[in-house]
Write a protein that binds this ligand. Structure first.
Ligand code: 13P
Length: 251
């Protein structure tokens, strides 16, 4: 059985003091990690505070990006090796904001996913279409291409470990959630794509999240879909109360 994974993506919000206060507010209220994995992806400048505050708790620290090199002349970038040294466990790769604002390509996403694995962490690989692409009927082909490119050269064992987040761009930060049927349709297609690339056993192990205006009031219905194994949550992960409601969606 795939273990559900609810991950907050704080984007460029919170400072170290706010990070410590958030962790203090949630750390003793999180669900049993054998039932739901609770993850927070903080800005790089907050990760030391996050890891430190979250030790002795089941909260799993994650980063929002990493360079594909371990060290060198890459001014302003974050080394995946240093993230791993700090105690980070997951790294979000290829978020639509990185693809859009910072021109990350499918090839970059693939290199970063490999670098994350090479340093003993797991990537959360984001895919998803714009509204124009959805309206042009391109969603399934586009998402399959993104998945194929991101997983290029990864082993079946790695495909079982990574997480794919389906985030329709038109649903991010807009309050417009994809209906659970729309989200399920694309997540099922992602699983079929993984099955074609590897085999059904591998695809059955890969965890697929939905992201885009996931909130306490829609998490249950989304998580009830057979191919949705988790959520990647922006706005609703910034407050301890709503994050706790999300990770406790089974209660
Ligand atoms: O981009 C997202 C998570 O990575 C979704 O953000 P919102 O939950 O704020 O729509």
């Amino acid at each position: 059985m795939r273990k559900p994974i609810i991950a907050g993506n704080w984007k460029m919000n919170m400072n170290p003091d706010e990070t410590r206060a958030f962790v203090a507010a949630v750390k003793n209220e999180l669900p049993d990690p054998s039932k739901v994995e609770s993850v927070i992806a903080a800005p790089a400048v907050d990760l030391t505070a996050l890891v430190d505050a979250a030790k002795d708790s089941v909260l799993v620290p994650a980063a929002q990006n990493a360079n594909d090199h371990e060290s060198g002349a890459y001014t302003g970038e974050t080394s995946p090796k240093v993230l791993a040294d700090l105690g980070v466990k997951y790294v979000i790769v290829g978020h639509s904001e990185r693809r859009g604002y910072y021109h990350e390509t499918n090839e970059d996403v693939n290199k970063k996913a490999k670098a994350v694995f090479a340093n003993g962490m797991k990537p959360i690989i984001c895919v998803g279409e714009s509204l124009d692409q959805r309206e042009a009927g391109e969603t399934e082909d586009l998402v399959a291409t993104q998945v194929e490119a991101a997983l290029n050269g990864l082993s079946a064992d790695q495909a079982k470990e990574l997480v794919i987040a389906y985030e329709p761009i038109w649903a991010i930060g807009t309050g417009k959630t994809a209906t659970s049927e729309q989200a399920e349709e694309v997540c099922r297609h992602i699983r079929e794509t993984v099955a074609k690339l590897y085999d059904q056993t591998t695809a059955d192990a890969t965890r697929i999240q939905y992201g885009g205006s996931m909130k306490p009031n829609n998490v249950k219905e989304l998580m009830a879909q057979p191919d949705i194994d988790g959520g990647l949550v922006g706005g609703a992960s910034l407050q301890p109360d709503s994050f706790l409601q999300l990770v406790h969606y089974q209660d």
